[in-house]
Write a protein that binds this ligand. Structure first.
Ligand SMILES: Cc1cc2nc3c(=O)[nH]c(=O)nc-3n(C[C@H](O)[C@H](O)[C@H](O)COP(=O)(O)OP(=O)(O)OC[C@H]3O[C@@H](n4cnc5c(N)ncnc54)[C@H](O)[C@@H]3O)c2cc1C
Length: 376
């Protein structure tokens, strides 16, 4: 019998296992092959791979520094905000750490104490509670496995099986489908572009450079011809001067966007949800790593406190995280309403001027093409 079975070894699940692994009997199951170093098995989570300041702060609080093998280039200090409808753009300074997400996830798994049992390539099928004990069934290498646990932690991401089997507990957050394509490029784009265009999506699209690859991504409604929208986005950016070489990789994934606090589900009884499975993700930027870390930390503290009601304790521990989501929900309407965004961008508040080759600052803000560098 396990104390905790964790479904999902992404940032949330791997963090929970790391924090509890020395004290409790734990099993982690993940359908990906995250343990095998240098394995040829694809185990990448579709992601922009940017560690934002809030996630950096959590890594600092955990006493962790990101190993250099996980970094990719360029390191990014600038967000280029492009409003296609209003034909306007601004640059903002922001400090991201640009990483290879697959290596990052494998590194987090490598930090899990050796006492923890890890089943890679294992897919959760079902669970049921019988007399306060949870019977968990999963398949691995085609064989069905059954284990028993006192607590089940669902850390299985946006398309969480654990959450779906618990439902209906709370309304689910809005679900987007994300598409990312990786193109060879010999131009350099030393910024993270955040692209707003209501014709493509009511959320946003982005470009990020990963070494010699330019990543173009978008989060769109699954119901509204997602790939056609992606191609329309690509065409628009091409006409703005972006150069897309041959496509070497395409990834896709679900993405949640909570619209209300009651869409975040912490769990029920002896089943808890952390990370994106719970709906912990920024509704304004889709930044999810900090929420994965913070919710895992909150649940680890709740479990160690040994309360009668773990979910109630976990809820207490996530008060500030809920406040954080509340603030992002207040910020969202300004970012995602065309007119309000135009006013905010035109005000130039917090934006930086781009210095041109002749030393003059670019203050106009009209959307134009800077092909190779921030300094046109
Ligand atoms: C396209 C895209 C770009 C993003 N870019 C960024 C970014 O740049 N920065 C940022 O901070 N956030 C970003 N996010 C959000 C971020 O990736 C997530 O919020 C974060 O990964 C959530 O971590 P998690 O551990 O909760 O879930 P995940 O990272 O999704 O991990 C879930 C794990 O559960 C496993 N799993 C799922 N189902 C099962 C099952 N049935 N059985 C066994 N295992 C299972 C999966 O294999 C996976 O390993 C992005 C998201 C998307 C979709």
């Amino acid at each position: 019998m396990y104390d905790v079975v964790i479904v999902g070894a992404g940032p949330a699940g791997a963090t929970l296992a790391r924090l509890l692994g020395h004290r409790l009997k734990i099993l982690v199951i993940d359908k990906r092959q995250l343990l095998e170093k240098g394995s040829s098995v694809r185990s990448e989570k579709s992601c922009g791979g940017l560690i934002a300041p809030d996630a950096q702060q959590m890594l600092a609080r955990f006493g962790l520094g990101v190993p250099k093998e996980i970094l990719t280039g360029p390191q990014i200090f600038t967000v280029r905000t492009m409003d296609i409808q209003n034909d306007f753009e601004r640059y903002y300074q922001r400090h991201y750490i640009n990483i290879n997400r697959e290596k990052f996830d494998k590194w987090l798994v490598s930090l899990i104490p050796s006492e923890v049992h890890i089943a890679s390539g294992a897919i959760l099928k079902s669970f049921e509670t019988v007399n306060d004990v949870i019977k968990v069934q999963y398949t691995r290498e085609g064989k069905e496995q059954t284990v028993y646990t006192k607590l089940l932690a669902g850390a299985d991401g946006a398309f969480s099986t654990v959450r779906r089997k618990l439902s209906p507990v709370t309304p689910a957050p809005k679900t987007y489908i994300t598409i990312q394509e990786f193109y060879q490029t010999d131009s350099s784009y030393p910024y993270f572009s955040a692209i707003f265009d209501d014709e493509i999506t009511d959320f946003y699209s982005w470009t990020i450079t990963k070494n010699d690859l330019l990543v173009l991504g978008t989060a769109v409604s699954p119901k509204n011809q997602p790939y056609e929208k992606f191609l329309a986005l690509k065409n628009k950016l091409f006409s703005k001067g972006f150069k897309f070489g041959s496509c070497v990789k395409r990834t896709g994934s679900y993405l949640l966007r909570p619209g209300r606090l009651n869409e975040i589900c912490l769990g029920k009884g002896n089943v808890a949800l952390i990370g994106e499975a719970a709906g912990w993700i920024s509704p304004s930027s889709a930044e999810g790593l900090s929420y994965a870390f913070r919710s895992a930390n909150a649940l680890a503290d709740a479990i160690q406190a040994q309360p009668d009601n773990i979910i109630a304790e976990y809820e207490r521990n996530t008060r500030s995280l809920r406040m954080n989501i509340r603030l992002k929900l207040l910020k969202s309407p300004v970012m995602y309403h065309s007119f309000l965004r135009k006013i905010a961008m035109k005000s130039g508040f917090m934006s930086i001027d781009i210095v041109q080759g002749n030393g003059e600052a670019e203050k106009n803000g009209r959307l134009k093409c800077y092909e190779n560098t921030l300094i046109p």
